[in-house]
Write a protein that binds this ligand. Structure first.
Ligand code: PMP
Length: 415
């Protein structure tokens, strides 16, 4: 199986009129599509029909393919016997579903380094300031959990969408387990870059999105312990979620298993393309993928070190491992305008903003708390460069050169 990217050679016309290859460096928002995902869609286009509804060959095959996809995505996540694998629209949807399924009286603990998708769905969470070292994070969590009576949940990211830093998930999960708390891992940024074995992570639940994992839009997943999900009210009420509906209002027997939360016609193409990527990554030489990413990361950090205006931000110490995501502050520059020029004048696609992680981004950027603004449209605080499969050293070099050109040049002593 190949992990080639579709559209890796996309041409883009610059403001000057020249045409160059587009350097896509916004993988953390949405990664490009892997060929295996496109092939999975193409394979099903002539065949698809309604999943779990219908007697004909199209419906039969669609049902088989959908359930096969569930198995493959569950395997990729290291789902254990008895774990539920629920297809959702994306990570946001998966975490909202779980938040609605918490037993009454459950307290959720989060750090403020989270993406809004893992900050906002939880009802009245205990929010801890993300400290600059993993030991302090573990201590802080320990103290918070010690003060909580009743069921507790830790919801933590696997890798930050702002700094790319890996969170000490296993360490925090061990603390949580000591208090009988369950652990939810937001793997939206982890899954595209690192193995996501739930046992190894110490996770009870894992959520991620297809569109950040080289599959097209529209499918994500929540994997995890079935008991709370089976006991919860259906997330989406409607066909598929209901096993039997009587004549009187309210006379409903809800489905059990993943169908309980997958009301409406399932997204077969989303599930199948996500599964195709999961299988291809599982079969790939992970060490080689990792080495490629590390090489690009080192090249980027070395390049940025020669651009005085660009200051990479991090929460933990600068040597802390990170995935292919680096954000820089550009003190004295209009970050959004620089990002716009990178796109229009250099054909380099990056992201400027607060990355749907407003509290964290503001803190890292050192700007005063500013109200309002949504993902990408708020006060532009940082500029993010993110990459993955199909990214090249040339992409990185072009981004660094463009940043230098748009912010006053390179350091004189730089190579
Ligand atoms: N968590 C993290 C860490 C993310 O980076 C994102 C997307 N930027 C999400 C959650 C939400 O993912 P989605 O938009 O696919 O729901």
């Amino acid at each position: 199986m190949t992990l080639d990217i579709v559209g890796a050679d996309l041409p883009v016309r610059l403001r000057s009129g020249a045409t160059v290859r587009f350097a896509h460096l916004d993988y953390a928002a949405s990664a490009p599509c892997a060929r295996v995902a496109a092939e999975a869609v193409e394979r099903l286009l002539p065949w698809y029909g309604s999943v779990h509804r219908g007697a004909g060959v199209r419906s039969g095959r669609s049902t088989l393919e959908y359930e096969r996809a569930r198995q493959a995505v569950g395997d990729f996540a290291g789902a254990r016997a008895g774990d539920a694998v629920v297809f959702t629209r994306n990570t946001t949807d998966a975490l909202n579903l779980l938040a609605r399924a918490l037993p009454p009286g459950t307290t959720t603990v989060v750090f403020d380094g989270e993406h809004h998708a893992n900050l906002l769905p939880w009802p009245d969470p205990v929010r801890l300031p993300a400290p600059p070292d993993p030991d302090a994070a573990a201590d802080l969590l320990d103290r918070a959990l010690a003060g909580i009576a009743g069921p507790a949940v830790l919801a933590v990211t696997g890798a930050s969408n702002v700094t790319g830093e890996l969170w000490p998930v296993r360490r925090l999960a061990d603390v949580a387990r000591g208090y009988g708390a369950r652990v939810v891992v937001d793997a939206a940024q982890l899954a595209p870059h690192r193995p996501v074995d739930m046992d190894a992570l110490g996770a009870d639940y894992l959520a991620f999105s297809g569109h950040k994992l080289y599959a097209p839009f529209g499918a994500g997943v929540l994997v995890g312990r079935a008991d709370w999900l089976d006991a919860a009210e259906p997330y989406l009420r409607g066909g598929g979620a209901s096993a039997a509906v009587g004549d009187r209002a309210g006379d409903v027997t809800w489905a059990t298993g993943p169908a309980r939360h997958e009301g409406g016609t399932p997204n077969l193409l989303g599930a199948a393309s996500l599964a195709a990527v999961c299988e291809a990554i599982a079969d790939a030489d992970r060490e080689a993928l990792h080495a490629h990413e590390r090489e690009l990361l080192e090249r980027l950090l070395a390049g940025l070190a020669a651009v005085p205006a660009a200051v990479p931000v991090s929460l933990f110490d600068p040597g802390h491992p990170r995935v292919g995501i680096v954000s820089v502050a550009l003190p004295g520059h209009d970050v959004a305008a620089v990002a716009e020029r990178l796109g229009a004048d250099h054909g380099v696609g990056v992201r400027a903003g607060q990355f749907c992680a407003h509290p964290f981004t503001r803190r890292l950027a050192g700007v005063a708390a500013a109200p309002g603004g949504d993902c990408g449209t708020g006060p532009a605080a940082l500029l993010r460069i993110s990459f993955g499969l199909g990214s090249t050293g040339e992409d990185i070099d072009r981004a660094v050169a463009a940043l230098a050109a748009e912010t006053g040049g390179r350091r004189h002593d730089a190579a």
